[in-house]
Design a protein around this ligand. Sequence first.
Ligand SMILES: Nc1ncnc2c1ncn2[C@@H]1O[C@H](COP(=O)(O)OP(=O)(O)OP(=O)(O)O)[C@@H](O)[C@H]1O
Ligand SMILES: [Mg+2]
Length: 457
Amino acid sequence: MKPHYRILVVDDEPASRLNIKDILADKRFLTDEAEDGRRALQRISENPYDLVLLDIRMPKMDGLTALKEIVKKKPDLPVLVFTAYGSSAKAIEAMKLGAFDYITKPFDIDELLETVKRAVRHKELTEEVSALRGRLAGIEGLDFQPEQLISKSPAMQNVFKMIGKVARSDATVLLQGETGTGKELVANALWHHSTRRSAPFIKVNCAAIPDGLMESELFGHERGAFTGAELQRKGRFELADKGTLFLDEVAEMSPALQSKFLRVLEQGEFHRVGGKDTIQVDVRVIAATNKNLEAEVREGRFRRDLYFRLQVMQIEIPPLRERKEDIPLLVDHFLKKYGGKRTLYATKEVYQQLKDYPWPGNVRELENVIQRATVLAQGKYVTPEHIALAPMMSGIQVPIPTTSSPYALREILAKVEREVILKALEVSKWNRTKTAALLKIDRRVLFSKIKEYGLKK
Ligand SMILES: Nc1ncnc2c1ncn2[C@@H]1O[C@H](COP(=O)(O)OP(=O)(O)OP(=O)(O)O)[C@@H](O)[C@H]1O
Ligand SMILES: [Mg+2]
């Protein structure tokens, strides 16, 4: 609890102000006065009040107009409104505008004291919560070790350099990479190395939130904006003010939302759903996608102008199969992470198998495989029995089609077929009957394939 609370009493009648001051004559309450709405707003902009007591019926700027302004300028400052007995319309109006509560005049002294205490306590709790949140963000920031991004490959060193280069600017960053390559870790690192690391890092996964709710999730809504919107709610953009917003799976945004999002990026302002007021925010945006956004633009699923806006600062995170030198490092890292008190070692065969595998699920898949192995391994060693790789993939390097790839699908399939038959022949020591059985094909088909591909011992 604070040693004292600062309260502003706004009433046009001096006698009335004096009366309230007397009632609040407790050393914990420091009162201040204003005789009309305009004066009140001026005082509020100059002093850190904990509560405003506001009379509705006043000359010059009336109470409701003043209330509207106060709520806009200081949304966290509770306002207690006095209404004349019987004027429920005004009371309801005041509550709608965001008053903390109202009291009808003439009032009961105890009721006033009770409500005042409740209001300042409420303010204090709100402050505590936001302070805790800030501290938590700070602690998470400290806890975060940039080294957690394990890698020694040149491809990833470039990513680290890019992180270093763009982290301290406020520019929007686009992270592209297949699923499980570490986009979220990179986003975290960008935040951690930015000037905004003590401000919030807010995440939104565009794929996880239904289309209809996304707008209010991002921009918030006013009370009554739609069925179920019983309270005003701040959106993620507003919560991220002064901080960083991580928009994951940005390709999943609906076209309507894409254009709203573009406007926010360009102007730094928006409206809550159902609201008229323009809300300004200072937010750094990091967007991520595992799709090829350029292709999404070509197919007409993603707005070109938004893509251009996002791709100015772009970081491509390479798939694991293009940086196999990271695999042993990651294996050791995950063995330590999941091994608990045991010190676990992977055998040479394990490293080899893991290096031969193409990792369609990238680092996440590797992490899962190792985690499972640490559970299965009884002794000190992780051996091939503890490793379960998706069978269709093991041993075959599946080519990923790119725009520069010269092969047609049929040629790729033929290459794969050739490899598989060759492996099967080797495994069954060139016994054709066994090989055909292994591949579940007819012996005659096998003979013709061996001829077609010119396979020899
Ligand atoms: N270089 C790395 N070093 C250590 N751990 C990593 C690394 N890259 C990824 N990981 C781990 O792999 C998992 C997947 O990473 P992350 O969630 O960042 O991937 P993503 O690219 O966001 O995937 P998706 O597109 O599926 O959301 C996480 O548990 C993360 O900690
Ligand atoms: Mg992710």
